[in-house]
Design a protein around this ligand. Sequence first.
Ligand code: ATP
Length: 233
Amino acid sequence: MTALLATQGLKAFYGDAQALFGVDFSLSQGEVVAIIGANGAGKSTLLKCLTGLVRAPREAVHFKGEAIGGLPPGEIVRRGLAMVPEGRRLFPSLSVEENLQMGGLTARKGPWNLKRVYELFPILAEKRDNPGTALSGGQQQMVALGRALMSNPDVLLCDELSLGLAPIVIHEIYAAMPTLVHEGMTVVIVEQDVTMAQRVSRRIYCLQEGRVSLQGRSDALTREQISQAYFGL
Ligand code: ATP
């Protein structure tokens, strides 16, 4: 099966410092794939290369059969990749509803609109007129996810959805995943919570010091394999 999104031999740099050393990654339509790894392993850098926030060589990233490495982020969003950034990054002066509408500005067609996002996260409908920043961390994360969905992406890239959230809230947010997949969404999650990553994904990539140290089906990998790949034990 041809990959929907793939990197081949992807290298990334911040100035002279190299963060990725030849990462091969691929994703098929309808999959949920998790990227795990310790702090500084390169997970966010990989996502940023996919979305154009960190420059990648053109041929190192392919999406829907086209080379997209290094294209401007706006162009990549228009082609159907959307990112839920680490730390949520809501517009502080805008209401929940306005924040969500910002995601819809790309005018890509698809099933996601305000009504559908409110069905997915009913609490956001109740809080629609509140400033985004007046919400709890979990609710802000729902806005960030909803905003990305509003662009009707083919692939949703989520950077550490669970960061700083209580376990019950993390479960509430990940409970949305089956609905997304049912709608035909393809999802990449970067996640430090390995148990959650294994539970919600079909396949896992583990990064260590900018390289893929392990990959495989989530239900086939053992805790020992994961610990070894994660910490290099
Ligand atoms: P975390 O879980 O802490 O977010 P990560 O796996 O997402 O970690 P990255 O943020 O991708 O890791 O970082 C990979 C490497 O690149 C690290 O060595 C980090 O210090 C470095 N790095 C990340 N962002 C920058 C930047 N803006 N400038 C310079 N170096 C950076």
